[in-house]
Design a protein around this ligand. Structure first.
Ligand SMILES: [Zn+2]
Length: 342
């Protein structure tokens, strides 16, 4: 970032008490509560930094920090987060340069509803955007931030964001449970009833029918559509692990003995193990490899059952296109390995 860009940006001033308390009148447009939005966005980003730190997104792994305290990695790269950024509406984005350069989050106001709403206040959107920083820094190493740029890998970049946005908003075991959904993205900000994805997330295939082969369908060329499929698949793994191990509200414990925290650890570890520009099949393998390393294969069948339910079972196939204009063809596989069959 350019020197001075941060120091010249507007920020709320609390005076010497460091007391950042601002009221919001939701009947008014977001501009009227800018101080509250900036404060909230600052808080959420810091909370996410600390949460992911517990799972290994540390200085050495290329996290976003002003000072790395001599613990490795390149310092001087906290996330610069722009609340109510004026460069767009009804969206948000995150730019992830290599370790040592600031991540930049731009959050927009949504004008699809009157009064307008502020994406800064929908944690799911902020989590999704921060997630881009995490997945980009961890895949292919912190100095290579171009590993999730397009195609299936870009789609999974969106999918991990949606997964984190969904699971980190679960505050109690019953809300994390598969029966509680459907879970939406962007539903507050856009003011609608269905959110911004084609389907809400749900284990019910009548509500969300996504399978691996949806990537072949018309309308699935873009990264967000591909990401929906990846997120729908991963969430099946999440629910299966919660069925096996239960759920804890103590996300920062990173416990391998609880389903939700083990799941998140496997996701983060998988990111570091997968190759640059992974396919869905590569990422699946990396998560299974992470489980083998961390918990010795104890939960491999729960994971396989999750993947297989959405077509990414052991018999799933990706047949590469014959030329750059010919998209890959994916064939659903609903089978689990022999040892996981009853
Ligand atoms: Zn995104």
């Amino acid at each position: 970032m350019k020197e001075g860009e941060l120091s010249s940006a507007y920020r709320p001033r609390s005076g010497h008490k460091l007391h950042f308390h601002y009221d919001i009148d939701f009947a008014k447009n977001p501009k009227s509560y800018l101080d509250a939005s900036i404060t909230q966005l600052f808080y959420t980003n810091n909370a996410l930094h600390d949460l992911f730190y517990a799972y290994g997104f540390t200085e050495n792994a290329g996290n976003f920090q002003a000072d790395n305290f001599g613990r490795g990695g390149v310092a001087g790269d906290p996330v610069i987060a722009f609340a109510q950024d004026g460069s767009g509406y009804n969206n948000a984005n995150f730019a992830t340069p290599p370790d040592g350069k600031n991540g930049k989050m731009r959050m927009y106001v949504w004008n699809t509803v009157v009064p307008n709403r502020d994406g800064d206040l929908e944690n799911g959107i902020v989590i999704h955007e921060f997630g881009h920083g995490v997945s980009n820094r961890l895949t292919g190493g912190p100095h290579n931030s171009g590993c999730l740029a397009w195609g299936e890998s870009g789609g999974m970049g969106e999918g991990w964001g949606d997964v984190w946005a969904t699971i980190f908003r679960h505050r109690t075991a019953d809300r994390a449970h598969r029966d509680y959904g459907p879970w939406h993205m962007g539903k507050y900000a856009n003011g609608g009833s269905t959110g911004i994805r084609k389907y809400p997330y749900s284990p019910d295939v009548d509500v969300n029918p996504s399978t691996y082969s949806f990537l072949n369908h018309q309308g699935y060329w873009g990264v967000h559509a591909k990401g929906e499929v990846w997120a729908a698949i991963l969430l099946e793994v999440y629910w299966n692990l919660i069925d096996e191990l239960g759920w804890t509200s103590d996300w920062k414990s990173a416990s391998v003995d609880k389903g939700n925290t083990l799941f998140n650890q496997l996701i983060v570890d998988g990111l570091t193990m997968q190759p640059c520009r992974p396919t869905f099949l590569d990422a699946r393998s990396a998560i299974l490899q992470a489980e083998a390393v961390l918990t010795g294969g104890k939960h491999a069948c729960a994971i396989w059952r999750g993947f297989a339910k959405r077509g990414l079972g052991v018999d799933a196939q990706r047949i590469p296109g014959k030329n750059p204009w010919d998209d890959d063809n994916r064939i659903d596989g609903f089978s689990v390995p022999e040892e996981c069959r009853p």
